[in-house]
Design a protein around this ligand. Structure first.
Ligand SMILES: Nc1nc2c(ncn2[C@@H]2O[C@H](COP(=O)(O)OP(=O)(O)OP(=O)(O)O)[C@@H](O)[C@H]2O)c(=O)[nH]1
Ligand SMILES: [Mg+2]
Length: 464
């Protein structure tokens, strides 16, 4: 899967900066360096002491000096990619870096694809797939919590547990396979009770990992919280209060918000996308109608819907109709009722709403005075991450891909358990166990197909 090309890319972000980095990786990395780097005196660079920062100038073919730089080399396999690497740190202007990049290309490199450095690191065994995914998560982390989870995964937190589980399963598999492969040898038979105990403990470990997966997904993908409700109930006011700024237009006129407004907030480490929508109502005005259509689209896609009710008006027939429609259209029903305007005399209180919708959580707030806002934030967090969530317990499974692989493993282990109990032939047990181990291997990339690998690395930026 790895080609022979030497690849090159600008590894720092687009834009002006103090320093910018061009990275070259592959068998010709040092040769390319020799072609384009000179000592400031103009003499060619002949020796390449590894891992030592050196001063140099970059020259284009035709000898035009492009930049004064520092550079260093890493000899493979002890490098990020596992190959020879040349890293050039120049001045961080885009034109400058583009010219240095062009010089490396002219000297024989090929432009790297997105994530190709990390892909090579994976293919050369420097990182496993879960760790490579953590690199993307670390780059994309917007909050302290997301960062913490990514670092944990990058340092091999998940991989370590999976290896431990694999080790336990091999304890069952090895004696079975040995007995099957060498029937003439006197191999002690599999201890059925011991095997069952191992399977049970592994299943419990996997269950815990799966339970965390939804939290991990929400953290990495940024959950979407949609503010929905009839016009004038205070959706835009609540958005502004959550953001601490006057982002959305607020007026006493129903139908103020037409198009939706999306903003991202950091809710105690949890990254959230908050969407203020057009108030729900039957309307002929074509612009507002389109706004209401969009509100419904957003409601259907939300991770959490805050259905806002104006407590000074009570629960209207329209409110009830819309709630009914939400129940029908939302597949993963995640709804929180918010009674707004608690600073004014109320027509309805949470207990009354609760008597109509006994399964729902109901909160009372004032977007104007901020009363109840802290409790609302706390509730949003626990609805999305679970009551018992605490950042001290690191989340290990962050992706749907991991979750699916674990679910498959769990199913196969249930089959193994049944097989052991009913005493089916050991070769069938070995077969399911192998599949279970392979399915876990999809997470770390030990047994995964090329399409999945390509899909994962295409999420990277160029230069990583
Ligand atoms: N007293 C009081 N007034 C509020 C509160 N929240 C919103 N309002 C007022 O209610 C009116 C409507 O507020 P908006 O935030 O524009 O309501 P909306 O739900 O976004 O309305 P649409 O965009 O028309 O759907 C404004 O006059 C706000 O000042 C609150 O907690 N207390
Ligand atoms: Mg509004």
């Amino acid at each position: 899967m790895i080609d022979n090309d030497t690849i090159s890319a600008i590894s720092t972000a687009q834009g002006a900066g103090g320093i910018g980095i061009v990275r070259v990786s592959g068998k010709d990395a040092f040769k390319i360096g020799e072609k384009i780097l000179r000592h400031p005196s103009g003499k060619p660079i002949q020796t390449w002491p590894e891992r030592r920062v050196r001063l140099g100038i970059v020259v284009q073919t035709g000898q035009r000096v492009l930049d004064e730089v520092v550079f260093f080399t890493f000899k493979g396999p002890k490098s990020y990619t596992g190959e020879d690497i040349l890293e050039i740190q120049g001045h961080g202007g885009m034109e400058n870096l583009q010219l240095i990049l062009a010089a490396t290309l002219e000297a024989g490199a090929r432009l790297a694809e997105p994530g190709e450095f990390t892909k090579r690191a994976f293919l050369n065994g420097r990182l496993d797939l879960a760790q490579a995914e953590a690199v993307i998560d670390l780059i994309n982390a917007q909050t302290e919590l997301a960062h913490r989870v990514a670092v944990n995964q990058l340092s091999g937190g998940l991989s370590q547990i999976l290896h431990e589980i694999e080790g336990k399963l091999f304890k069952i598999l090895v004696p079975i396979e040995a007995a099957l492969d060498y029937p003439e040898e006197d191999i002690p038979p599999l201890e059925k009770e011991e095997a069952l105990n191992i399977i049970r403990s592994v299943k419990a470990q996997i269950r815990t990992l799966i339970d965390q997966a939804e939290r991990g997904r929400i953290l990495q993908e940024t959950a979407t919280v949609v503010l929905a409700g009839r016009p004038n109930v205070g959706k835009s006011s609540l958005l502004n209060t959550l953001l601490n700024e006057e982002r959305a237009i607020v007026t006493p006129i129903p139908g103020t918000t037409r198009d939706f407004v999306t903003e991202t907030i950091d809710l105690q480490g949890l990254p959230l996308r908050i969407v203020d929508t057009a108030g729900l109502r039957e309307i002929d005005d074509p612009i507002e109608k389109e706004g209401v259509n969009r509100s419904w689209e957003l409601i259907k896609k939300a991770d959490l819907i805050l259905f806002i009710i104006d407590s000074t008006l009570g629960l209207s027939v329209e409110d009830r109709d819309f709630i009914k429609e939400i129940y029908q259209s939302v597949h993963r029903r995640k709804l929180l009722f918010v009674l707004n305007k608690s600073d004014l005399p109320a027509k309805i209180n949470p207990t009354e709403v609760n008597s109509i919708y006994p399964d729902e959580k109901i909160l009372s707030i004032s977007a104007l005075t901020r009363e109840g806002i802290e409790e609302l934030k706390q509730t949003i967090r626990s609805e999305l991450m679970g009551e018992d969530f605490s950042p001290e317990h690191p989340i290990l499974v962050t992706r749907l891909r991991h979750k699916k692989a674990l679910e498959k493993t769990k199913e196969l282990l249930a089959q193994v358990e049944d097989g052991l109990k009913s005493g089916i032939s050991e070769d069938l047990i070995a077969f399911d166990l192998r599949d279970a181990i392979d399915s876990m291997g999809e997470i770390t990339g030990r047994s995964v197909n090329e399409d999945i690998i390509n899909a994962i690395f295409s999420q990277f930026c160029v230069g990583k």
